[in-house]
Design a protein around this ligand. Structure first.
Ligand code: ATP
Ligand code: MG
Length: 315
């Protein structure tokens, strides 16, 4: 089976317990939960049985250990996660506003995560990789962008493929040079996984069809638009496949897009038909939102298939 690699931020997430809670005053928090978009992605891919490894950096502390332990338990290759003494693991503090928007206080660039590099262990991991997935959130510094571009170059040189989820967080987007980095990654992308308005960041077309046609014309193999509870739509040069989302109670949306993407890419790499890859991805995204904590909703393939069968029986 093809091996999937990603590179980027490894964090713990600590969240406000109540909706509408502000960080301008003390309040109850819950966490730490293992997190970081590329970590969630690699954890979900591994849980589905895809060989998958992560290039990242943590501090020599409990927050780092929580992540390494979780990724190992899910079956991911953690050999290229560097552990740095004297630096703390990255963190994300999250509040949920009454309008369902999320607001983050990130400590990434100045944490151990900022020490991301392609060291010997990362080179070994990349030498066995067939595909690299890039999260826009992982382009958080020039150094991190060089790692992503280096990983793409290494995998492409061997005839491998690239997927890209812009995963824009306005708190990170302000990083200088990020805009250019996003465009550089897109130009090398085979599978593009935007959500909501992210599509329009990369095309001047005014509507969805126009933007999709524009991007497919630039050489992207397929575009998968994530639409939250409404499911997802797949586009390639042959046509379009739209599938509705699974009906679940949303407890915590963080991580849905990452789990969705991991499932779609894993099945795309296995040569699955678009509708089949989309169904598994919708199921992983739906399961992700049913638990508090971005990696708590990761399920193994047998459980995902059982969830789909049960939903079908109720439809
Ligand atoms: P993230 O916040 O993790 O970056 P995203 O914006 O990238 O998320 P979403 O569109 O929110 O991605 O979610 C990804 C996928 O997860 C959706 O396409 C859908 O399949 C599933 N999903 C998300 N929310 C729900 C929900 N409330 N009910 C059912 N499925 C959902
Ligand atoms: Mg996302």
């Amino acid at each position: 089976m093809k091996k999937l690699v990603s590179a980027g931020e490894i964090l713990v997430e600590i969240m406000a317990e109540r909706i509408g809670q502000s960080f301008l005053e003390p309040g109850p928090l819950v966490g730490p939960f293992p997190s970081g978009a590329p970590a969630i992605f690699i954890g979900q891919a591994a849980a589905l049985g895809q060989p998958a490894g992560l290039i990242g950096a943590v501090g020599k502390d409990d927050f780092g250990q929580v992540n390494i332990d979780r990724l190992s338990a899910l079956g991911a290759d953690v050999s290229a996660i560097a552990v740095h003494e004297g630096h703390a693991t990255g963190t994300a503090f999250v509040t949920y506003r009454p309008d369902a928007s999320r607001h983050f206080v990130f400590n990434i660039r100045n944490s151990a995560a900022g020490l991301l590099e392609i060291d010997d262990a990362a080179k070994r991991l990349l030498s066995g990789a067939d595909h690299v997935h890039v999260m826009g959130s992982s382009l958080f510094s020039d150094r991190a962008t060089q790692v992503a571009l280096g990983a793409i170059a290494a995998v492409k040189a061997k005839g491998g493929t690239v997927s890209f989820d812009p995963n824009i967080r306005r708190e990170i987007m302000q990083a200088s040079g990020m805009r250019q980095a996003l465009d550089q990654v897109l130009a090398q992308t085979d599978v593009f996984l935007p959500s909501g308005n992210e599509l329009f960041l990369f095309s001047s077309a005014g509507d969805e069809q126009g933007a999709v046609a524009d991007l497919l014309g630039r050489g992207i193999s397929c575009i998968v638009l994530k639409k939250g509870a409404d499911g997802a739509v797949y586009h390639d040069r042959q046509g379009t496949v739209a599938l509705p989302g699974f009906a679940v109670e949303e407890i915590d949306p963080t991580g849905a897009g990452d789990c969705f993407g991991a499932a779609f890419v894993s099945f795309w790499l296995r040569g699955a038909a678009p509708a089949d890859a989309l169904r598994i991805a919708n199921a992983c995204g739906a399961l992700a939102v049913t638990r508090k904590g971005p990696m708590e909703g990761i399920h193994r393939l047998a459980d995902v298939e059982a969830f789909i069968a049960k939903a079908g029986a109720h439809a």
